[in-house]
Design a protein around this ligand. Structure first.
Ligand code: NAD
Length: 353
């Protein structure tokens, strides 16, 4: 393992990115980790208060679509590796504002690729561009079958189309310019610090506040769920041990129909909040389906398991318990993100003068 590696992690103030930043900063004291994030509504430095001030870590506020800024940053810092997570990530938002997704997910990724290419042109030894992507690029499955790394792309939402586009650009830069890259496509993540627009934290928040739980359609949509720390560990492994030009699918071997997941969450929350069993379930409210809604996603994660030895370590029950515990013990975090107050945190921490 080389020392003094300079790693850029984009989107490190977001949900998954913050877990990846924490893992790398704590596990690799010899590396220098730069977290670059625009701090959109989804980016929150409160996710990382525990590693602020560590000597191997720094945060930079900036937009990955800003050509001059990214070019200057890459020239100055001479990164060895990029772990690229910055993205617009919420499917519902992509339906109302697709261009925001094209801008960050496609233009932003190409801008980072260009900066990597021009910096590494003479020497790509030990360098790596790692794109973090989603299983949603593969489209939808019927009742059986799994997405493998060979499944053809078939995205259905503006979000998944933008992630598919960025995956294609990364692969094309590998072919055309010999840029060393890896890609991983992961299923739905859950865990601490997830913005409460996504299903699990939204429903925890609504159950706490006795608000309706909006379930799309008949609730039969099926997703595979993975605890976010397991994903961060897979990212560490792929970054260090994955083979250039390869894709790795990452999943939890853990499929749930939405309605069953919501019922399980209600049961766990009733126990935790000392409510009568069945009380939270009364909040379930079936709502009009999302357009282009994919019926089922399921990941075949055998390649990363066989080639890199990765398996998820946290069971769904444990992961949900940890997640619920975290949200119940961090009411301020929830208040701040739902009120937008975490923006003030940035100003307090980083713009005191
Ligand atoms: P998130 O929305 O929580 O975080 C995204 C981060 O990117 C935020 O901190 C935001 O401020 C930052 N960002 C957005 N636009 C930016 C820009 N123009 N410049 C710089 N920073 C910008 O997302 P997440 O759920 O943590 O997802 C991270 C990555 O993982 C995404 O690429 C997503 O597609 C992928 N992914 C997510 C899941 C999931 O279940 N959440 C599953 C598979 C893959």
């Amino acid at each position: 393992q080389s020392t003094n590696k300079k790693i850029l992690i984009t989107g490190g103030a977001g949900f998954i990115g913050s877990h990846v930043v924490r893992l790398f900063v704590n596990k690799y004291p010899d590396y220098h980790i730069t977290n670059l994030d625009a701090l959109t509504y989804a980016g929150n430095l409160e996710n990382l208060y525990d590693i602020e001030g560590k000597p191997n870590y720094n945060f930079i506020k900036g937009d990955i679509t800003d050509v001059a800024f990214i070019d200057e940053l890459f020239k100055r810092e001479q990164f060895d590796g990029i772990i690229h997570l910055a993205a617009e990530s919420h499917v519902d938002r992509s339906i109302t504002d697709p261009l925001a997704f094209v801008r960050t997910n496609i233009l932003g990724t190409v801008n980072l690729l260009n900066a990597s290419k021009s910096n590494w042109q003479n020497n790509t030894q030990g360098k790596r561009f790692y794109h973090i992507s989603t299983d949603e690029v593969y489209g939808s499955l019927g009742d059986s079958g799994y997405f493998t790394e060979k499944t053809a792309y078939d995205p259905n939402s503006p979000y998944s189309a933008s992630k598919a586009g960025s995956d294609h650009f990364v692969r094309a830069y590998g072919e055309t310019y010999k840029l060393p890259f890896v890609i991983s496509n992961c299923s739905n993540n859950y865990g601490p610090c997830q913005f409460p627009e996504k299903l699990i934290p939204l429903f925890i928040h609504n159950i706490i506040n006795n608000e309706p739980l909006p379930v799309y359609g008949d609730g039969n949509y099926t997703r595979d769920w993975l605890y976010v720390v397991d994903h961060a560990e897979a990212i560490d492994l792929v970054f260090h041990k994955g083979e250039n030009t390869q894709t790795y699918n990452i999943g939890g071997f853990n499929e749930w129909k939405n309605i069953d997941l919501v019922r399980l969450l209600c049961t766990l929350m009733d126990e935790r909040l000392n409510r009568n069993q069945g009380e939270s379930e009364k909040l379930i409210n079936f709502v009009k389906d999302r357009p282009g809604h994919d019926l089922r996603y399921a990941i075949d994660a055998n390649k990363i398991h066989k080639e890199l030895g990765w398996s998820p370590t946290v069971t769904f029950e444990e992961g949900l318990e940890k997640t619920i515990d975290w949200y119940l013990s961090n009411p301020k975090w929830l208040d701040h993100v739902t009120s937008g107050a975490y923006q003030d945190y940035y100003i307090k921490q980083y713009q005191q003068d």
